[in-house]
Structure formats: structure tokens, C-alpha cells
Design a protein around this ligand. Structure first.
Ligand SMILES: *[C@@H]1O[C@H](CO)[C@@H](O)[C@H](O)[C@H]1NC(C)=O
Ligand SMILES: *[C@@H]1O[C@H](CO)[C@@H](O)[C@H](O)[C@H]1NC(C)=O
Ligand SMILES: *[C@@H]1O[C@H](CO)[C@@H](O)[C@H](O)[C@H]1NC(C)=O
Ligand SMILES: *[C@@H]1O[C@H](CO)[C@@H](O)[C@H](O)[C@H]1NC(C)=O
Ligand SMILES: *[C@@H]1O[C@H](CO)[C@@H](O)[C@H](O)[C@H]1NC(C)=O
Ligand SMILES: *[C@@H]1O[C@H](CO)[C@@H](O)[C@H](O)[C@H]1NC(C)=O
Length: 386
């Protein structure tokens, strides 16, 4: 296996790029909906990826963020219209940062398959918290290396970015007052945003209102447990902007926008790389329930599909990935951590989410992952090598 891969990599590197990728096409993600799901492919006990992909197509899912993808799993998306975002395992970051050959190995091994549409690569997934600041340099270097490797091959049509945690934003509320943790901002976020801005790639943020409830950090008002919309008659008004928030998701998105703006990068497109709600939890986690999970995820998806944007950016609805397609028994910590899936392992929907984008013509513009509106790419390396 490894010698073959090495051969593939060597051949790819020796062939002139223009010869090797004559048929690469840029297709168009305006057909993809604004909502996707995250799918951790190597979770034990899952059905075969082919079965999963069939079910995703049947459910109308058009975007998937693959966590820990492996080649056969990626191949299951062959010839579908599903547009993929690939999350590279955090454990590869250091090698990607130090050895560019690894980049090509990884790409040849996992990514560049015929008829697979990839719009973005996330180098790691929620890698970065205030505890592992030492990874900042490697993460930025890994992104640069991958970008350089990819730019020859795919001319920038795949966004290279990384998924960040909302924990980096502090304070977060009211949204207009939000800013990134200042020490992390200088060391990591400013250079990251500078890179993304230059390349036209999106900033990825994972945000979990559930965690704010659990931490008791939710906004001043007594909101009760209104998983998605605030309870009737309740809302958050941003005292500075006067903007009114009816759900916490919007407030968190606008907080992220405000934090980016404070570093001078208001125009970098935003993608929500993970959000969701657990359907089950421990005795001390009454908010983790199928009722609230359904309320949050159904409410969120139906709102996103209407493409009404957020109060601060009404013209832009962020592409948003629901975390997660399946429960993950490997997660440690609180009971709820293992129960974020929207489907059971035998692919029953725990509650029914309607992924079908609204046909209403009044829907406003959505963001594509690229500012240049370039989208999915189909590459033909293997054809070229055949
Ligand atoms: C993208 O797809 C839509 C819907 O199929 C089509 O109307 C539009 O012309 C396409 N745009 C490009 C640039 O191909
Ligand atoms: C991803 O990394 C974790 C540890 O960092 C490891 O347990 C897991 O097996 C890795 N997954 C893949 C597909 O390499
Ligand atoms: C994808 O499908 C094509 C046929 O349309 C086939 O030739 C190719 O081998 C498939 N690729 C993978 C990676 O399964
Ligand atoms: C980079 O990685 C490749 C493939 O794993 C390996 O053959 C090579 O020796 C590495 N180079 C360095 C400088 O570590
Ligand atoms: C910001 O990050 C630094 C460095 O990790 C950390 O020590 C500090 O507690 C963080 N500040 C806040 C307000 O979270
Ligand atoms: C990248 O996108 C541009 C603009 O849509 C397109 O002209 C070009 O052919 C694409 N390149 C590849 C390799 O897909």
C-alpha cells in the first residue's frame, strides 16, 4: 500500500500539473443547500459508507463535513452531488507542518479521487483552545503547506482553513461587544484571518448554545430552556446596535462576525463548522433530551433554509453543518457528549429534519464557501495516472 502511494505521489509530482489535471471541473455549489451534516466516518458500529451516502441523498442532504475520512469512505461519495468538506485529523497537523511530502501523500491517499466534489479542507477540527496554544505555529504552517500544495493542483478551488471553537470568543455577548481572546488573537487568529482574507477562504467556527446553557453563561434574561427560539415574548436586544435576537445561534454568529471585524476582517466569509444539540444526557443534564435536540435542530435547519441571514448580516446565511450525523460512543466526559447524533446507527432519524431548501424565491443570498463563488471541484488524478 505505502509503496504504491509513494509511487502515486512521485508520479503526481513529476507530471506537469497542466497535463495531469486537464479535466478538473469547477462545478457549482449554488445547487448545494446551506445546511450540511458532520459525519465522523470511523466511529465504531456505523453502517457501510455506501449505505450512509444513499440515505443522505434520500434525505436531501447536499453538504457533508467528513471527520477522519478514509479512502474507501470518501469513494462512497463518488458520482453524487454531495459537496464535501474534509477535516484532517488533528494528529496529522504536526507532520503537515514539517514535511510537505506528507501533504501530497495525504492528498493522494484520501482526497483526490475522481468524481468527488470537495469544497474545503479543514486542517484539524476544533484543534485549538486556550490550552494548546503551542500548536498555533504548526497549525498555521500546516495550512500554508497544504495551500501551497493544493494551489498548484487545484488553483485555489478548494478552501484550506481550520475549524475554530467559539470558546476563543470572550466576551461574546452582547454580539457587538464580542471579541477574540486577545492573547490568542495576536498569536493565532490575526495571522489566520490574514491568510484566509488573502486567499478568499472562509473562517470556520463551531458553536454550541447547549454548552452555554450548561455553563450557565447564557445571556442575562431568563430564557428558560428554549432550545432554538427564545420563549414567546423573550429576546435579546444588543444595546449598542439595537439589533434584536430571537435565537442564540444568530447571536453567536453575529458575535463571531463582530470579533472578526475588531481584528479588521469583517468580510471574511463565515461557515458554522459544527452546531447541534444532544438528545440524551446524564441525570444532571436535563437539557440533553430528544425534545430539545429536535427543537434546536429542526428550528435551526428550517430557519437556515429560509435564508434570512442574521440580524447583523441579513443578506448572508452561513453554510452550517449540524453536529453530528451519528452518536459517537468514543467521546469521553459527560453522558451528553456521546449523544449528539441526529440519526441512530441504523439510520433512523431521531426526529425528522427537513433538509429540503425552501423553494420560496424570496430567499436571500447565501454564502458559498468561497468569496469568489467558486465551488466544488472534481479532480481526475487517477484518470491521469491510469
Ligand atoms: C449553477 O447552477 C444553477 C442551478 O443549476 C444554474 O442556474 C447556474 O447557471 C449555475 N451557475 C454556473 C456558474 O454554472
Ligand atoms: C485521529 O486521531 C486520533 C487521536 O488523535 C486517533 O485516535 C484516531 O484513530 C485518528 N483517526 C484516524 C482516521 O487516523
Ligand atoms: C467512480 O465511479 C466511476 C464510474 O462512474 C468509476 O470509474 C471510478 O472507479 C469510481 N471511483 C471510485 C474512487 O470509486
Ligand atoms: C517526509 O515524509 C516522507 C514520507 O513520509 C518521507 O519519506 C521523508 O523522509 C520525509 N522527509 C523529511 C525531511 O522528514
Ligand atoms: C485567553 O487565553 C489565554 C492564553 O491561553 C488564557 O490564559 C486566558 O485565560 C484566556 N482569557 C480568557 C478571558 O479566556
Ligand atoms: C477553478 O475555478 C476557476 C474559476 O471558476 C475555473 O476557471 C478553473 O477551471 C478551476 N480550476 C480547476 C482546476 O478546477
Amino acid at each position: 500500500m505505502v509503496p504504491l502511494l509513494l509511487a502515486v505521489v512521485v508520479v503526481v509530482m513529476l507530471l506537469p500539473v497542466s497535463l495531469c489535471f486537464p479535466h478538473a471541473v469547477s462545478s457549482n455549489s449554488s445547487v448545494a443547500g446551506v445546511v450540511g451534516v458532520t459525519y465522523a466516518m470511523n466511529t465504531p458500529g456505523l453502517p457501510h459508507p455506501k449505505k450512509v451516502v444513499e440515505a443522505l441523498v434520500a434525505a436531501g442532504v447536499t453538504r457533508v463535513l467528513l471527520v477522519d475520512p478514509y479512502p474507501d469512505g470518501v469513494a462512497a461519495f463518488n458520482n453524487t452531488d454531495i459537496v464535501l468538506t474534509i477535516a484532517i485529523n488533528n494528529s496529522y497537523i504536526q507532520s503537515l507542518a514539517t514535511n510537505v511530502t506528507m501533504t501530497f501523500l495525504w492528498l493522494g491517499d484520501n482526497i483526490i479521487l475522481p468524481n468527488i466534489k470537495i469544497e474545503a479542507i479543514s486542517v484539524g477540527y476544533d484543534v485549538f483552545s486556550s490550552e494548546n496554544l503551542h500548536l498555533a505555529g504548526d497549525l498555521l504552517q500546516a495550512i500554508q503547506n497544504l495551500h501551497e500544495g493544493m494551489s498548484e493542483i487545484l488553483q485555489g478551488n478548494i478552501s484550506i482553513t481550520t475549524a475554530n471553537s467559539f470558546d476563543l470568543i470572550t466576551p461574546a455577548f452582547p454580539p457587538s461587544a464580542a471579541e477574540f481572546n486577545r492573547s490568542v488573537a495576536e498569536l493565532y487568529l490575526r495571522p489566520l484571518l490574514q491568510f484566509l482574507d488573502g486567499a478568499g477562504f472562509p473562517f470556520f467556527i463551531s458553536l454550541y448554545p447547549f454548552k452555554l446553557y450548561r455553563a450557565g453563561a447564557i445571556l442575562g434574561e431568563n430564557t428558560g430552556i428554549a432550545a432554538f427560539e427564545y420563549a414567546e415574548g423573550q429576546h435579546l436586544t444588543d444595546p449598542k446596535t439595537g439589533l434584536v435576537y430571537y435565537n442564540i445561534f444568530d447571536a453567536m454568529v453575529d458575535a463571531t462576525v463582530a470579533a472578526m471585524a475588531k481584528l479588521g476582517y469583517a468580510d471574511v466569509p463565515l461557515v458554522v463548522s459544527g452546531t447541534g444539540w444532544p438528545s440524551e444526557g446524564g441525570l444532571n443534564e436535563p437539557e440533553a433530551s430528544i425534545l430539545y435536540a429536535g427543537e434546536y435542530n429542526e428550528g435551526l435547519v428550517s430557519k437556515l433554509n429560509m435564508r434570512l441571514g442574521t440580524p447583523a448580516r441579513p443578506e448572508t446565511t452561513p453554510v452550517t453543518f449540524i453536529y453530528a450525523l451519528f452518536d459517537d460512543p468514543r467521546e469521553t466526559g459527560a453522558e451528553s457528549e456521546r449523544n449528539w447524533g441526529i440519526w441512530t446507527m441504523d439510520m433512523q432519524q431521531k426526529y425528522v429534519i427537513d433538509f429540503t431548501p425552501s423553494k420560496a424565491s424570496g430567499g436571500r443570498t447565501t454564502s458559498s464557501l468561497h468569496r469568489s463563488a467558486v465551488a466544488a471541484v472534481t479532480a481526475f488524478v487517477l484518470l491521469c495516472l491510469a
